[in-house]
Design a protein around this ligand. Structure first.
Ligand code: FEO
Length: 394
């Protein structure tokens, strides 16, 4: 793929990673692959905005060479330390050793602790600018969106925001822009990205969007560091972020469970019947067999969570325990939840699940429902009624 212009004289020189299937260790499944976007601005001075994953350094450098010799780069803007965006810096900086690196103080510290190189570094703060010639870059610190070092770079003359991870998606395509791809897939990946990475930072994100609006920086294009570039409708993703950050929900419940011999699964299916008959949208997942990245995405706009497990060694089963540990870190707000599960001789799973749900910050945890061994006719009916009653709280 050739470098392409996102604006006159501003080139995408990134990489499409078609085959990556997990991210952040194995906490995030990337079934549609990903991209690492880097942007080269040709003006009186030349600036490169971000780099790519280290294993793709050669591809980045080849793309830059199609436009200019890398030694002509005057500035490397490091919006974020994480290695999917800075990994190619050591190889690149060898080719442009005089280039000055721009980033936040935390970025300076983080880059040093990753690469132990003494690059010429200029620390910047919100509102600082860098004149390239016809264009000027403005820097906007964005701490904890999603690392302490994170920063957005804005080009006023082009009304172009380059916010690194924010507004991105793990979505590998041969197309480049929002008007060229399937909208459902695009928003699906954007929601998955928000739910699994940015959800716990929602209050900071809302504040940052308000701050940027107060800075009166008109935005015609958002070029994130992953996935598709928003040129037709940047407001679409900004509005989606505002809704997700406000924890706005739908009349929807996610049931996530793990079952040893099928009794907890039977309870889950009966509760689903009760809720569906009451007019609530429900998604059901056996966590031991599900892609948890997808489950979290479904939870992002669901008002209700029903979490179930069989009791094993007086506690919940390990897959659901791992899932709840992840959910706890996402700190969902404005939800209703309940625990359920079957047990043989002594319970324990629902008690542990309730504790985890409360520790996740869910204030409204309604009393749980349990069943000894296999639910009989009456207990099956109770599960159905439980589902119907839970639906009333949604
Ligand atoms: Fe895409 Fe936080 O790195």
């Amino acid at each position: 793929m050739k470098p392409f212009e996102i604006k006159k004289g501003i080139y995408w020189v990134g990489v499409v990673d078609w085959n990556v299937r997990s991210f952040h260790g194995h906490t995030y499944s990337t079934k549609r692959g990903s991209t690492y976007n880097a942007y080269l601005i040709i003006d009186e001075k030349v600036a490169l905005i971000d780099t790519v994953l280290g294993s793709f350094s050669g591809e980045l450098i080849e793309r830059i060479k199609e436009i200019i010799p890398p030694e002509k780069i005057d500035y490397v803007i490091a919006n974020h330390v994480e290695t999917d965006h800075s990994g190619a810096m050591p190889a690149l900086m060898k080719l442009c050793p005089k280039a000055k690196v721009y980033g936040t103080q935390k970025c300076k510290e983080g880059l040093y602790r990753n690469y132990y190189e003494n690059w010429d570094f200029q620390v910047v703060k919100t509102g600082d600018t860098l004149k390239l010639g016809k264009r000027t870059l403005t820097f906007i610190e964005a701490p904890m969106i999603h690392w302490p070092d994170s920063m957005f770079t804005y080009c006023r003359e082009e009304e172009l925001l380059m916010p690194n991870d924010a507004f991105g998606q793990h979505y590998a395509t041969s197309e480049h822009f929002d008007d060229q791809v399937d909208q459902c897939a695009l928003m699906d990946e954007a929601a998955k990205y928000y739910g699994n990475i940015l959800w716990p930072l929602s209050s900071l994100i809302l504040r940052k969007i308000e701050d940027v609006q107060k800075m009166s920086v008109p935005i015609k294009m958002i070029a994130p560091s992953h996935g598709i570039i928003w040129r037709k409708d940047p407001a679409k993703i900004i509005n989606a972020y505002v809704s997700w950050a406000k924890n706005e929900t739908k009349k929807k419940v996610v049931i996530a469970y793990e079952s040893m011999w099928g009794s907890t699964a039977k309870m889950a299916r009966k509760m689903l019947d009760g809720m569906a008959d009451a007019g609530v949208s429900v998604k059901l997942f056996d966590i031991a067999q599900s892609d948890t990245t997808e489950v979290i995405k479904e939870m992002l706009d669901a008002k209700g969570f029903l979490i179930g497990s069989s009791t094993h060694d007086n506690d919940m089963l390990p897959s659901i325990a791992g899932f709840l540990a992840f959910l706890k870190g996402l700190k969902p707000k404005n939800r209703v939840a309940a625990a359920f599960g079957s047990f043989g001789w002594s319970g324990g799973a629902v008690v542990s699940i309730e504790k985890e749900l409360k520790e996740a910050g869910i204030a409204d945890v309604v009393p749980s429902i349990s069943c000894k061994y296999v639910p009989d006719v009456d207990e099956t009916k109770k599960c159905y009624e439980f589902g119907k009653e839970f639906a009333q709280k949604i």
